[in-house]
Design a binder for this molecule. Structure first.
Ligand code: GTP
Length: 362
């Protein structure tokens, strides 16, 4: 028996409008809800029971995964009446654990794609006698992250806020969003109020002299919180740059789900996914993108590193670069949507309403 808590209650604001009606962890990544990859990897690591800590759009999770038979897992769903933050959510979900106080409990953020050796992290935790083990990863530009310096033995020395000057960049190690807690340590998190595990729990534990063990792992790691990271993570899975037992098919240039229709004269490259019921017409080029269920990319359109929402339409000859098209949005023919634009769900753009040189009004 090995138990885990999955944190999936966040609002996913950075991925709006995609997260307006679908919680971030359930967005399709490489053709399946993102969590399918995480659950499959957890099962592969020997996890047998997972407690979902839900809040935002809570009902969607059980509707998607039920009791967990498809993964050989026992799934339990817990809903917060008000969002409790990451630490409060762990504390609240722990009520539904069945393990003893000395047992290790895995905790996963529900938006991290990684190649971490999860079983190694858990088994090493037990052997080390640590209170908490934290997966750390190195990032090329640490300025956007809280930093986690460690001593040569891997013992965490501090939790530093995002650096504002080069002098504050004392390490390139950051919290990678996967932990192992000794069960009794979770029971010490304050109950019934919002708590941030990153900003409150870990610094407090350190101040009390607890043993926080940093485990640096340089395998694939990506936080899927932004549109750019979301499309990249999906494309990387499709191309096999990170392993997932839940990938529906073999790695390659593109993934086309059953009941999608791609014209033989369309070009799909760089890890594009075309989900169920979606259509890509002749002459369209779709590169490194996610085309969600029921949407349509019309003839000669170009879709580059973008997400096309459910039942959205990209009109004939339109071009999109680094764009998020909300569900049911309609882009008429021959538009050029500038990089970084997010079209709200249900937006309708007439033919040629937008050219890259024109002011953006969406
Ligand atoms: P943004 O709004 O775009 O920052 O995304 P987010 O809401 O997912 O926040 P963040 O990426 O910081 O959250 C990290 C992980 O914790 C994600 O898996 C969230 O689903 C989860 N999470 C964040 N806040 C809560 C909460 O209050 N309750 C629960 N149960 N999970 C949370």
């Amino acid at each position: 028996m090995s138990e885990a808590i999955l944190l999936v209650g966040g609002r996913g604001t950075r991925l709006r409008p995609l997260t307006t009606s679908t919680p971030k962890p359930l967005l399709r990544v490489a053709g399946v809800p993102f969590l399918a990859h995480q659950l499959a990897r957890a099962a592969e690591a020997g996890v047998t029971r997972v407690v979902f800590a839900t809040s935002y759009l809570a009902e969607c999770f059980e509707a998607e995964f039920g009791t967990g038979d498809a993964f050989g897992l026992d799934l339990v769903y817990v809903t917060e009446t008000e969002p409790l933050g990451t630490g409060g959510a762990i504390r609240n979900a722990a009520r539904h654990l069945t393990c003893g106080g000395d047992e290790p409990v895995l905790v996963f953020n529900g938006d991290i794609l990684s190649g971490l050796d999860v079983a190694g992290l858990r088994d090493g935790h037990a052997a080390s006698g640590a209170d908490v083990s934290l997966h750390l990863t190195r990032v090329p530009d640490p300025r956007a992250f809280g930093l986690v310096p460690t001593d040569p033995e891997g013992r965490v020395l501090g939790f530093l806020e995002k650096p504002t000057s080069d002098a504050e960049i004392v390490t390139d190690q950051v919290n990678a969003g996967c932990y192992v807690f000794t069960r009794t340590v979770i029971d010490r998190i304050p109950d019934g109020r919002p708590v941030s595990v990153e900003r409150e729990t870990f610094p407090a534990l350190l101040a009390e002299g607890a043993h926080l063990r940093g485990v640096l792992d340089d395998s694939y790691w990506l936080d899927l919180g932004t549109p750019a990271a979301f499309v990249r993570g999906s494309a990387d899975l499709v191309q096999g740059l990170v392993h997932s037992p839940a990938l529906p098919g073999s790695p390659g240039q593109a993934l086309v789900l059953a009941s999608a229709h791609v014209d033989p004269l369309a070009v799909l490259t760089a890890g594009t996914t075309v989900c169920e019921g979606a259509v890509v017409e002749a002459g369209a080029i779709v590169e490194g993108s996610v085309v969600l269920p029921g949407s349509r990319v019309e003839a000669d359109a170009v879709v580059h590193r973008s997400v096309v929402g459910r039942h959205a339409v990209v009109g004939t000859g339109s071009t999109l670069h680094d764009v998020v098209v909300g569900d049911s949005a309609y882009i008429g023919p021959h538009n050029e949507i500038p990089s970084g634009v997010r079209l709200a769900c249900g937006t309708a753009l007439a033919a040629q309403a937008l050219r890259t040189s024109a002011p953006v009004q969406v």
